[in-house]
Design a binder for this molecule. Structure first.
Ligand SMILES: CC(C)(COP(=O)(O)OP(=O)(O)OC[C@H]1O[C@@H](n2cnc3c(N)ncnc32)[C@H](O)[C@@H]1OP(=O)(O)O)[C@@H](O)C(=O)NCCC(=O)NCCS
Length: 175
């Protein structure tokens, strides 16, 4: 099946959170092999659900199979980052594509859908964070128009992180 047969839609109640969690584990496992203890390598189904339901969760589906996901959160006051506290900043979290489906543009489509959601919800920035040693991810986000805005260290993580943010085009009105 090609990328053209992959749909991006909101997570539905009928979707399996266990399957979504297993997808996250598989996608993030290589980061673990690189020595970074990202939460998504081992998180529980309940954590997946909590993180998906802090905002909106989009999934990529090929037929009946979940093959990608991204969760968008509104601004929040979790300690550690001042950028995420800003009222104009939405954030993208638990972003993953099934390994065998990677490098076909599905991640780019999920990110674009997240940007569209954030723009339509009235936010002017979409931010992500990733590990400083994950230079391939920093490069990926930079190629997608994100810039580095803050350095943070999250509790329980064995790496320092960078927050990258992208200024969103304004929604066109008056058409
Ligand atoms: C990050 C992640 C979600 C990206 O998903 P993806 O579907 O592979 O993303 P894309 O296909 O849009 O882009 C990946 C690369 O494939 C390339 N690509 C896209 N379509 C392509 C195609 N049709 N043919 C060949 N290459 C293609 C892109 O140019 C991009 O190259 P780059 O990394 O050199 O910029 C995925 O790699 C993943 O799940 N990683 C593990 C979890 C993770 O790191 N999450 C983020 C934590 S902060």
């Amino acid at each position: 099946m090609s990328d053209a047969n992959v749909a991006i839609r909101l997570l539905q109640n009928s979707d399996s959170l266990a399957a979504l969690t297993e997808l996250l584990h598989r996608a993030y496992a290589p980061l673990g092999e690189m020595g970074m203890n990202f939460k998504a390598i081992v998180q529980s189904v309940a954590e997946t659900e909590n993180r998906a339901k802090r905002g909106v969760c989009f999934v990529a589906v090929a037929g009946e199979e979940l093959i990608g996901t991204i969760s968008l959160w509104p601004p929040h006051n979790d300690p550690g980052s001042e950028w995420y506290h800003r009222p104009e900043v939405a954030s993208a979290n638990q972003f993953a594509v099934e390994p065998q489906w990677q490098k076909q543009g599905i991640g780019g489509r999920l990110l674009a859908r997240g940007e569209q959601w954030a723009r339509e919800a009235g936010y002017s920035e979409l931010a992500v964070d990733t590990a400083l040693p994950a230079t391939h991810l920093i490069d990926y986000y930079t190629r997608h128009g994100f810039r580095q805005v803050e350095f943070v260290t999250w509790p329980l993580r064995n790496f320092s992180s960078v927050i990258l943010s992208k200024t969103l085009d304004r929604v066109a009105h008056g058409r």
